[in-house]
Design a protein around this ligand. Structure first.
Ligand code: RFL
Length: 408
């Protein structure tokens, strides 16, 4: 069954779509692709240009269940050919290296595939292969009539500057943490739970090969440091810093000196240094919006829940939401089955809260040693040592790290 867009007679651009998706990140593009595969027309509206969204480097760790979900929907062909498979990570503390072999414990692994590559694949599949409509460069997106049967979305057209109105059966709010769709939820019907970790991370991309064959987490009295491969010539590093710190306080020499100190451990290979091509401070904060739906608006991904990259979970949650929302919209629009949509928010939030709790646990491990509080430092190290002393604790950690505890 095909569910088509409709427009004024003779108009080249339909003014009504079964679904309007706001935002072309991993969440919005996955929803769009699922709809197109089922013959449901949709319109994706994106403020950025195609080149900008295909170049934005952010996540890299994709959980195995998420890759299998993409694969089942015909969206992982390029990823499976290019992504690295990771089976272990390394913790460095007390001047020593400790390998954590999570695949040995669980049989599951991680994929590492830069987010901009996934977005590029999803845009190509949606627009060029599945014939989906997408408008880049739109401005001032507004939502109207959400509690009616005829909601609409309006935006300023990048070419004419005029306001265009598109009627929608349903709206998918996938416009990230700084978008507009979340603000359309009525405050009286919405709860926003917030958590501020009180630390910042200097997020860095270095034009340099990885310095180790796996992800490295360094806990150190001077602050957390992380090392994550992004490809043969680009490596992501993190350095804990004060929240709101100015990246200009971190010149090249200071960054590399601090990374060497915090990631230093007996027998560790030296860091491969290189030009820093990204340097930004992220304040570590989370929030969760409940419920993730109102009327005909359904939020997915960072629009509904921001998860600081402490546990590399944000994009994975965005994909989980998108799978559920895409499938639920297809069921509703092609078979009249609304059960997926009515259970959507609760089904997403189970995994969201599980990952929030894990991030909080891990944050204490990473940041406790530098908290200047000897009690927090002591308990953080106890948590770390337990991972290497207790097979049961190690297995539980591995499940959460891989996201397999919640049915993945
Ligand atoms: P996105 O990717 O932010 O996409 C939203 C899109 O909406 C557009 N937009 C609008 N479009 C129309 N109208 C508006 N009013 C709009 N406002 C915004 C934006 O231009 C954009 O194209 O949200 P989505 O799809 O929910 O995806 C979420 C992920 O991007 C995010 O959770 C991850 O990047 C988080 N994250 C990580 N997640 C992981 O699972 N694994 C990781 O290893 C990982 N590493 C990271 C990360 C995030 C980072 N930063 C920069 C916050 C590393 C970093 C440094």
């Amino acid at each position: 069954m095909t569910v088509s867009a409709s427009g004024d007679a003779g108009s080249p651009a339909p003014h009504r779509f079964p679904v309007v998706v706001v935002g072309a990140g991993p969440a919005g593009l996955t929803v769009g692709n699922i709809l197109r595969a089922a013959g449901v027309d949709c319109l994706v509206l994106e403020t950025g240009s195609r080149a900008a969204v295909e170049r934005r480097p952010r996540a890299g760790v994709v959980e195995e269940w998420a890759v299998r979900g993409l694969e089942r929907r015909g969206l992982a062909r390029v990823l499976l050919g290019r992504a690295q498979r990771h089976t272990e990570c390394e913790f460095r503390f007390g001047g020593e290296r400790h390998r954590f072999r999570y695949t040995e414990l669980t049989g599951h692994h991680h994929f590492v595939y830069p987010q901009q590559f996934l977005v590029t694949d999803l845009v190509r599949e949606y627009a060029d292969v599945r014939g989906g409509e997408i408008r880049f460069g739109v401005r001032d997106v507004r939502l109207h009539g959400l509690d009616t049967d005829r909601p609409s979305v309006s935006y300023l057209c990048p070419d004419s500057g005029g306001r265009r109105v598109v009627h929608a059966g349903f709206i998918a709010g996938c416009d990230g943490a700084h978008g507009v769709t979340r603000a359309a939820l009525p405050p009286a019907r919405t709860r926003v739970a917030r958590f501020d970790y009180g630390v910042g991370w200097l997020a860095l991309l270095a034009e340099a090969p990885p310095s180790c064959d796996c992800v490295v987490f360094g806990t150190h009295p001077r602050g957390f440091a992380g090392h994550m491969q992004r490809g043969p010539d680009v490596t992501r590093y993190y350095l804990q810093c004060p929240p709101g710190d100015d990246p200009e306080n971190w010149p090249h020499e200071r960054v590399w000196a601090e990374l060497r100190e915090r990631l230093g451990a007996a027998g560790a290979p030296p860091l491969n240094e290189g030009r820093l091509i990204e340097k930004r401070v992220l304040d570590m904060r989370n929030h969760v919006v409940e419920p993730m739906a109102y009327g005909r608006l359904f939020l997915a991904g960072d629009a509904a829940h921001l998860t600081a990259p402490i546990a590399a979970k944000g994009m994975n949650l965005a994909l989980h939401d998108a799978f559920l929302l895409g499938d639920a919209l297809v069921a509703r629009l092609t078979e009249g089955d609304g059960r997926g949509l009515s259970g959507y928010s609760a089904a997403c939030l189970a995994r969201v809260w599980d990952y929030q709790e894990f991030s909080q646990w891990l944050s204490e491990v990473y940041h406790g040693p530098a908290s200047a509080d000897p009690y927090r430092a002591g308990t953080a190290l106890a948590r770390l040592r337990r991972l290497f002393d207790s097979p049961v604790a190690a297995a539980a950690f591995a499940e959460q790290y891989l996201g397999t505890t919640t049915g993945g």
